[in-house]
Design a protein around this ligand. Structure first.
Ligand code: MG
Length: 300
């Protein structure tokens, strides 16, 4: 719980009290984080280069219609698909004229009522047009699969922060390949292809989560194996969970907007394409015969 509530929050505090003046002159981040396994970087590494900036072109002027088989999670008319923790009704602000919702800071994260495993997710987001604060304090939110695997949402338009915490980052794990952010206040798109991790009946990880992310039409992650559930200033790790889980949008204290959110559950065939499948009967979803996929190819 601590990590969820404080995710990304501690930078402002620690930059005042812990990060040395020399470190601040270099950049933004931490020089004392734990080493990320199979990488040369530490978590939120102050020395990790930020990716190059790409201009993705102007924001779309219309809201594209979802595909016919999509589950519409938000179309600007209703919060029915969302809740806060404890089944509390959504308290964020509806912006009817924009077909959008806006974070009401302090009300907490929003959770989808629908549960997803492997899924394609489209969402559009905008950071506040008026720039306030900096680094992780500026236009921060996030989309969490299973409520625990975060793809960072941040105003990363001319806003320096640590590379693994900028927009499009697999927070604390991998920066995006490029920074394709639009300016504050402009609508931006995420098209995410998320493959859920698989655990065996003993709760051991047999296949990590994989993420492909297109930000404003630009590929920024190509089937990257996640290192585990998102952590702040700690190494990500897995713990077993159900085959499906909710999608979470983060209230990080900024008046972020969201619109046009839809999902397509995916059948990737990875749980039932094996000879001994019938042996496992109803338990396909656990992926317990999937171990030869192992730890994937992108651990490093
Ligand atoms: Mg965030």
């Amino acid at each position: 719980m601590f990590n969820r509530l404080s995710s990304n929050c501690a930078l402002m505090i620690t930059s005042v009290f812990i990060v040395s003046p020399a470190a601040l002159a270099q950049g933004v981040g931490y020089d004392d984080g734990p080493q990320i396994p199979h990488q040369q970087w530490r978590v939120h590494d102050i020395n990790r280069p930020n990716p190059p900036v790409v201009d993705p072109g102007p924001a779309p002027t219309t809201i594209a219609q979802p595909p016919s088989d999509a589950i519409v999670l938000f179309d600007g008319t209703s919060f029915d698909a969302w809740r806060h923790g404890g089944e509390k009704a959504a308290q964020w602000t509806m912006l009817h004229d924009q077909h959008a919702m806006q974070v009401k800071p302090g009300t907490g994260d929003l959770w989808s009522r629908e549960q997803f495993g492997d899924v394609q997710l489209h969402l559009e987001w905008a950071t506040p047009a008026k720039v306030e604060s900096q680094s992780q304090g500026r236009g921060n939110s996030g989309v969490f699969f299973f409520g625990r695997y975060e793809i960072q949402i941040l105003d990363s338009y001319q806003n320096k922060t640590y590379a693994d915490g900028q927009a499009g980052a697999l927070y604390g794990q991998y920066p995006p390949m490029v920074n394709a952010c639009r300016a504050p206040g402009e609508w931006q798109t995420y098209d995410i292809f998320f493959e859920a991790p698989r655990f065996n009946d003993d709760g051991d990880l047999v296949r990590p989560a994989y993420v492909t992310l297109i930000h404003n039409g630009v590929l920024v992650h190509n089937h990257v194996a996640m290192l585990g559930a998102t952590q702040h200033r700690a190494v990500a790790s897995y713990s077993a969970h159900d085959a499906t889980g909710p999608i979470k949008l983060q209230d990080h204290g900024n008046t972020m907007r969201f619109r046009n959110i839809w999902a397509r559950p995916l059948d990737l065939g990875i749980d039932h394409d094996h000879d001994n499948d019938e042996h496992h009967g109803e338990h396909h979803e656990h992926g317990d015969n999937d171990s030869h996929h192992g730890d994937g190819g992108q651990g490093g």
